[in-house]
Design a protein around this ligand. Structure first.
Ligand code: DOR
Length: 437
C-alpha cells in the first residue's frame, strides 16, 4: 500500500481541488480523505486500515494530479531507434509526469499492421507506464489505401493517424472518417498541404526571409483544416486536428465546434512549442526550432493561447519528436523537423499558460489528462476512489533551468537553458512509484 499524506489533489474530471491524503492499494486509488491512518478516519472507514508495510509519501507543498496523458509522441520504434525507443521514450515520459502515451505510426516499417502495433504495445508493457500504438490511417502512410482498422484495433490501437504526412486525397479522408464513425474510433490529422510549402518547418514570413527560402505558408494548414472539418461535420467522425499553429486554424475549429449538434466530436491539439515560441526561435536556435507545422507569429501564438483558454483547443500534446544530434547539425533545409517535448511540457504550460496568460491550473491539467484520455477512450486521466492509481506529483512553484540531460535518447530541444516554473517530483503508475526527481 502507498499513502500520500497532506497533498493538494487537483482532479479536472471531478473538479476536486483540496488538501487531502490518497491511499493506494495495488493498482487502484482506494481512499481519498483527510487524516488517513489517524484513529478518527480508521473508525469511520474500514478502507483506511493500513497494512504494516504501507509506504508513506509526504506530499506537503506539492500537487497530485492524474498522470498526464499525451496523445502525440514519436518513440521511433521499430526502425529508427538511434533517435529513441519505447524504453527511453517511456523514461522521458515519466520524467515529464506522463503515465499514458500514444505513439505515432511513422515508424519503420510503418505501424500499419497488427504485428507492429502488438510489438510496440508488448514492449510498452515492460516500461511501467501505459504505452499505446496508434495505427496508420493509410497503408505505408501513402495516402492511397486504408489500413485494416478493425484488425489494428484488435491488436490494441486506440486510434488512427498518418501524423508526419498529410493525407491529400479528399476521397480517402472521407472513407477513413466514414469508417471511423462506424467503429467509434478517433482519427488524428496532420494538416499541412505541401502545395504551399517550399521548406517545411520554417514559417513563410520573417523566418523564411532570414533563411532565404519561401518557407511554409500558413495556407498549407488553413486549407486542409477547412477541408477536413467540413468532412468531419458531414460524417460525424471523431477527429483531432493535430498541432494547430495558425490563428485561422484555431478560428476554423471554433466555428466547426459551434456547428456540431450533440456531443463534441471535433477536437484540437496545441503543442507546448506553439504556445511558447514564435518564428523568432527558428532564427535564434536554428534547426532545433524547426518543426512541422512551423512556429509562427506572436499573433498566432496568442490565438493558440486564446483557443486553449476558451476550450476551442481541448488537448495539449507534445509531438515529442526525437532526432539525432548529427541530423539536427545539418543545414536548415536538410535537417529533420521536430523537437523533443515530454520532459518540458508541464513546466512550459505552468510558465506560459498559467503564469504567462492567466489560465487556471485546473483548466490546463484538464487538457493534459481527462480530455486526451476521453478522446482516445482510455480509462485514465482522473483520480477517484476505485480508479487507476496513475498520478503525477509536482511542485508548481519550483523554478529550474532546462539542461540537456534528458532521459530521452535525443537532445533536440530549443528550450535548453530556459528557466521554467513547475517541476515533476514523482510519478506513480499502476500503484508503483516509477519516477522520483
Ligand atoms: O516536426 C515534426 N516532426 N512534425 C511532425 O508532425 C512529425 C515529426 C517527426 O516525426 O519527426
Amino acid at each position: 500500500m502507498l499513502l500520500i499524506k497532506n497533498i493538494r489533489l487537483m482532479d479536472p474530471k471531478s473538479g476536486r481541488d483540496e488538501d487531502t491524503d490518497i491511499l493506494i492499494d495495488d493498482d487502484r486509488v482506494v481512499l481519498i480523505a483527510k487524516g488517513i491512518g489517524s484513529e478518527i478516519t480508521d473508525e469511520e472507514d474500514e478502507r483506511a486500515a493500513l497494512d504494516k508495510d504501507t509506504l508513506l509519501i509526504d506530499g506537503e507543498g506539492f500537487i497530485a494530479a492524474p498522470g498526464l496523458v499525451d496523445v502525440h509522441v514519436h518513440f521511433r520504434d521499430p526502425g529508427l531507434t538511434y533517435k529513441e525507443d519505447v524504453i527511453t521514450g517511456a523514461e522521458a515520459a515519466k520524467a515529464g509526469g506522463y503515465t499514458s502515451v500514444i505513439c505515432m505510426a511513422n515508424t519503420k516499417p510503418v505501424a500499419d499492421t497488427a504485428e507492429i502495433v502488438k510489438y510496440v504495445m508488448d514492449k510498452g508493457n515492460d516500461t511501467g507506464i501505459h504505452v499505446y500504438q496508434a495505427g496508420a490511417i493509410t497503408l505505408g502512410l501513402k495516402g492511397q489505401e486504408l489500413t485494416d482498422m478493425e484488425e489494428l484495433m484488435k491488436a490494441g490501437a486506440p486510434g488512427f493517424t498518418d501524423d508526419g504526412i498529410p493525407i491529400l486525397d479528399e476521397k480517402i479522408v472521407r472513407e477513413a472518417m466514414e469508417k471511423a464513425a462506424v467503429l467509434n474510433v478517433p482519427l488524428s490529422f496532420h494538416e499541412e498541404d505541401p502545395a504551399y510549402i517550399a521548406c517545411n518547418g520554417v514559417n513563410h514570413g520573417k523566418a523564411s526571409e532570414h533563411y532565404g527560402t519561401e518557407g511554409s505558408d500558413r495556407k498549407a494548414e488553413i486549407t486542409l483544416i477547412e477541408r477536413d472539418l467540413e468532412i468531419a461535420l458531414e460524417t460525424k467522425a471523431r477527429v483531432n486536428v493535430q498541432h494547430i499553429s495558425t490563428k485561422e486554424g484555431v478560428e476554423l475549429v471554433r466555428q466547426a465546434v459551434k456547428k456540431e449538434a450533440g456531443d463534441r466530436r471535433i477536437h484540437a491539439e496545441a503543442c507546448p512549442h506553439h504556445f511558447s515560441l514564435t518564428e523568432e526561435a527558428v532564427i535564434e536556435h536554428g534547426t532545433l526550432a524547426r518543426v512541422n507545422p512551423p512556429l509562427r507569429t506572436e499573433e498566432d501564438r496568442q490565438a493558440v493561447i486564446a483557443g486553449l483558454m476558451d476550450g476551442t483547443i481541448d488537448l495539449i500534446a507534445t509531438d515529442h519528436a526525437p532526432h539525432a544530434t548529427e541530423e539536427k547539425a545539418k543545414p536548415m533545409s536538410e535537417a529533420p523537423s521536430g523537437m523533443i517535448g515530454l520532459e518540458t511540457a508541464l513546466a512550459l504550460g505552468i510558465t506560459n499558460l498559467v503564469e504567462g496568460a492567466g489560465m487556471s491550473l485546473m483548466d490546463m491539467l484538464e487538457k493534459m489528462t481527462i480530455n486526451p484520455a476521453m478522446l482516445y477512450n482510455l480509462d485514465c486521466g482522473y483520480v477517484a476512489e476505485g480508479g487507476p492509481a496513475d498520478l503525477v506529483i509536482f511542485d508548481p512553484d519550483e523554478v529550474w533551468t532546462v539542461t540537456d540531460e534528458f532521459k530521452s535518447k535525443s537532445k533536440n530541444s530549443p528550450f535548453v537553458g530556459m528557466e521554467l516554473k513547475g517541476r515533476v517530483k514523482a510519478v506513480i503508475c499502476g500503484g508503483q512509484i516509477v519516477y522520483v526527481d
